[in-house]
Design a protein around this ligand. Structure first.
Ligand SMILES: N[C@@H](CCC(=O)N[C@@H](CS)C(=O)NCC(=O)O)C(=O)O
Length: 200
C-alpha cells in the first residue's frame, strides 16, 4: 500500500488512521514546491493532484474521509468501524460525511469572510447552523459513537482539531474537552508533530 503524504497536510489524518490500525505501508513524501517524479505520479493518479492519496494494488482512494472509511472496512477486525449490519453504521456515516461536505467548507469560507448568497441552496448551509451542529454532534464524554473510539473520531474529531489549530473554529468547552481527549491518543501524538506549520 502506498500513501502519498506530506507532514503538514491533511494526509496527517490518514497517517494517523494507518497508525491507529498499525498497517504497514510505503510512505511517498510529496513536496509541492519541487517538481519530482513522485509529484508527477500523484498528479497522474489523482486528477486533483492532492494529498492524501492511497494506492492499494490496483485501487486508488482519494479524499481523507474515503481513505479512512476504506481502511477501517478493509481492517474491520481492528474494530475502528462498527460492523456493517450494526445500527451504529448510519450515525457513523453521518460523522464521516458531514466533516468534508459541510463543516469544512462552511468554516473555511467563513474564515475568509465569504458568505454564500443563499444558504438554503449551499450544501454547507451557514456558519451559525454548522456551529450548532458541531455542538450537537460532539460527544459529552468519550467518543462520537459512545464508549469505543472509532474512525468517526479520526474524521470528525480530527477535522475539529485542525479547524481549531488554524483558528477557523473557536471551540466551546465541550468541543475543547473532546479535542483534548483526541490529542491524547498515542497515534495522534506520533503523527501530528509538525501539523501546525504551512505546507511547502
Ligand atoms: N477534500 C480533500 C482535500 C485535500 C487537500 O486539499 N489537500 C491539500 C493538502 S492539505 C493539497 O494536497 N493541496 C495541494 C494542491 O491543491 O495543489 C480531502 O479531504 O482529502
Amino acid at each position: 500500500m502506498k500513501h502519498y503524504y506530506n507532514s503538514m497536510s491533511r494526509s496527517v489524518t490518514t497517517d494517523w488512521m494507518l497508525k491507529e490500525l498499525d498497517v504497514q505501508h510505503e510512505q511517498i513524501n510529496i513536496n509541492f514546491s519541487e517538481d519530482s517524479p513522485e509529484l508527477r505520479e500523484l498528479q497522474t493518479i489523482n486528477p486533483m493532484g492532492k494529498l492524501p492519496t492511497l494506492v492499494d494494488g490496483k485501487i486508488v482512494v482519494t479524499e481523507t474521509a474515503a481513505i479512512c472509511a476504506y481502511l477501517s472496512d478493509k481492517y474491520l477486525d481492528k474494530k475502528l468501524a462498527p460492523a456493517i449490519e450494526s445500527d451504529q453504521r448510519a450515525n457513523y456515516y453521518r460523522y464521516l460525511f458531514i466533516a468534508g461536505n459541510t463543516i469544512e467548507p462552511a468554516l473555511t469560507l467563513a474564515a475568509s469572510n465569504i458568505e454564500h448568497p443563499n444558504s438554503a441552496t449551499a450544501g454547507w448551509g451557514d456558519k451559525t447552523r454548522v456551529l450548532a451542529t458541531i455542538e450537537a454532534m460532539t460527544p459529552e464524554s468519550r467518543w462520537a459513537l459512545g464508549d469505543e473510539f472509532t474512525t468517526a473520531d479520526i474524521v470528525f474529531g480530527g477535522l475539529l482539531d485542525s479547524m481549531v489549530t488554524f483558528r477557523m473554529l473557536a471551540p466551546s468547552p465541550k468541543v475543547a474537552a473532546y479535542i483534548s481527549r483526541i490529542q491524547q491518543r498515542p497515534a495522534y501524538r506520533e503523527t501530528h508533530k509538525y501539523f501546525d506549520q504551512p505546507m511547502p
